[in-house]
Design a protein around this ligand. Sequence first.
Ligand code: ACO
Length: 319
Amino acid sequence: MTRSRILGTGSYLPAGLLTNFDLEKRMDTTDAWIRERTGIERRHIVAPGETTVDMAEHAARAALTAAGRAAREVDLIIVGTCTPDLIFPNCGVMLQGRLGNLGCPALSVEAACSGFIYALSLADKFIRAGESKLALVVGAESLSKLTNMNDRGTAILFGDGAGAVLLGPAAEPGILSTHLHADGSHLELLRCTGGVSAGFHPEGDYIKMAGSEVFKIAVNMLGRAVDEALEANQLGREALTWLVPHQANIRIIQATAKKLGMSMDRVIVTVADHGNTSSASVPLALDVGVRDGRIKRGDLLLLEAFGGGFTWGSALVRY
Ligand code: ACO
């Protein structure tokens, strides 16, 4: 049976930086509070006019270069994002137009911070079914555009960026399993107000989050998700080489690592420098770990994410 494997990774961060000290000047917060409660020190912010698809294109081209493949060979594009450039065309199609591989299916998946895990799972299924031979999977977000800079409960958390992987067929897996979940009964705890049919608010539409409630549910669901991934593959915790988690809060990451019995030096952590980049956070962390040489071919990686919806999921990957 055909399985899929990661052929290359790429990422992109916009040049603009917003530090905790910048935030101290704008709102009632401190660098010490943000670092202690979240682990975040700075986040990258898009330049005026720079968009989600611009960042997705940079990350996609870097993944293609890393894999030594040409854009024209790509036969499937899936972009995880909740901050699209336009209502339509979707970001996948816009990215396809930039890359020039016209004709192949291209879509975007809106699953908030789990967008990349959802996109990866879909692309894996296309490859297993024989419907794709080279799939570009991207997570890209301009979350700063949805952040109320007067709300200290959210403004300290979010950043912008993009990450990408190129997936191709392989006899040996690659992607060992993916598990996706959603629970749509907690809309009031985490949402972005406003939309096409619900209507937009004249004062702006921003992320609203009941942080500590979301925190507890995230820790619980991610704990279950990592158990589920290991059990489905009949693997023990000791089999894992790296945890590549969603970068929402260092304390959530630490809780998941503890659950797995993994020391933090086996966890790829980028939250200090990137903040929470939603769909981009897992592929960004993966690319950082690959490029700095920590993640090597043959390593067993557990990728996980939790976000608005709620949505959550995992991917167990032999890199
Ligand atoms: N600076 C200083 N003080 C603050 C700040 C701030 N930025 N924010 C809150 N506080 C205060 C609160 O007012 C409260 O004060 P009080 O005790 O006097 O009432 C105190 O600090 C504690 O507030 P909590 O909200 O309980 O703080 P907590 O430790 O839970 O941290 C945080 C808040 C960082 C938001 C955390 O709850 C969190 O990370 N939640 C999960 C986020 C997440 O994973 N979201 C899912 C993905 S996002 C997506 O999908 C788009």
